[in-house]
Design a protein around this ligand. Structure first.
Ligand code: UDP
Ligand code: MG
Length: 327
């Protein structure tokens, strides 16, 4: 009935409680799309996630799993799923059903209209206050200092055409931040609004600390603007300092009074010291990123997976690249 092959990619970290419900709703949503595959990436879970996935894969050959050797994080798990996907389009969604599978039909309809990226934009009314405020601040901040506009409410719930997935997989970046990379890639994009749902079970893995780390990673991997900040601040402060020096000199020579006070001196030293350390820190962040890229370690390490005979050409190519680097 339907010719296109559809891949669903779901990262899962300690999601044993949600997975049975997810499987059920995916089965309902994919009725009529017989040629599909569901790839669930176990991102170093410590609960029964892997045992469940093994059982699911035994029951249904269209459900595959990839189990990573440790917790690599949401973005890396997504990348692992994208590398393995073989569909004509790939839909990524969370395991906790906050990204409701019932929207899959709409997403596929937009894709058939010719859109290569279908972004799902969250309507935020239902989200907890804390999450709403932090996510708003996060996007405002990241957009202020990055080169591409990242849409608020855009989580990693989207459909990607095969061409976009291939382009993504051919990028040899270690730091994955899809929300920053996709606007850079371009392609024909469109949005669908959706109402998020409550978690099906378990708890959120993103506390304030992890969100802040994700933000930092996102900024330093998608933009070099913060580096320019030190140049601008340096010029502004040096300008102000020379104005002040001229003023002090004129006062001494013309009026004959020297400006006194170590408080202003101390404040000056502290402000400048702080700014210098901040700028050093920013440079350090980028240097760290460069180190990670230069080392060329893989983004994730697979410990175990089902259906190895069905590996995508990109994943095979990547595996070969990694092998040749190791020699
Ligand atoms: N996740 C993951 N690795 C992690 C953290 C989260 O694969 O280290 C998965 C998680 O299982 C879920 C998705 O990423 O499917 C989003 O995580 P979560 O629901 O905890 O985030 P929130 O919806 O609260 O932002
Ligand atoms: Mg969630």
């Amino acid at each position: 009935m339907d010719q296109a092959r559809i891949s669903i990619v779901v990262p899962a970290h300690n999601e044993a409680e949600s997975l049975p419900v997810l499987r059920q709703s995916l089965a309902e949503a994919l009725r009529g799309h017989d040629d599909h595959e569901i790839i669930i990436v176990d991102d170093g879970s410590r609960d029964d996630t892997l045992a469940l996935l093994r059982k699911f894969a035994e029951d249904d050959s269209r459900l595959r799993y990839i189990s990573l050797s440790r917790n690599f994080g949401h973005q890396c798990a997504l990348k692992a799923g994208l590398d393995a996907a073989t569909g004509d389009c790939v839909i990524t969604m969370d395991a906790d059903l906050q990204h409701p599978p019932r929207y899959i039909a709409d997403m596929i309809a937009r894709w058939r209209e010719g859109y290569e990226v279908v972004n799902m934009i969250r309507r935020d009314e239902g989200a907890p206050f804390f999450k709403r405020v932090t996510s708003k601040l996060f996007y405002r901040f990241i957009n202020a200092i990055s080169d591409f506009e990242i849409r608020p409410g855009a989580a990693d719930f989207r459909l990607l055409d095969k061409r976009v997935v291939d382009a993504l997989c051919s990028m040899e970046e270690r730091t994955v931040f899809l929300r920053g990379t996709l606007p850079w890639l371009g392609f024909k994009q469109c949005d669908i609004e959706y109402a998020p749902e409550r978690r099906a079970g378990g708890t959120s893995k993103y506390d304030l600390r992890r969100m802040a780390l994700l933000a930092l990673d996102g900024i330093t991997s998608s933009s070099t603007r913060p580096l320019r900040l030190s140049t601008i601040l340096g010029v502004v402060l040096a300008g102000m300092a020379s104005l002040y020096a001229t003023y002090a000199l004129i006062l001494k020579v013309v009026v004959g009074t020297a400006i006194s006070g170590w408080a202003s001196l101390l404040i000056g030293i502290m402000i400048f010291g702080g700014i210098q350390l901040l700028m050093l820190g920013i440079i350090g962040e980028y240097l760290g990123k460069v180190l990670l890229e230069v080392k060329g370690r893989p983004t994730y390490v697979v410990r175990e997976q089902s259906g190895t005979e069905n590996v995508s050409p990109v994943a095979r190519l990547q595996a070969r690249l990694h092998d040749s680097r190791a020699v």
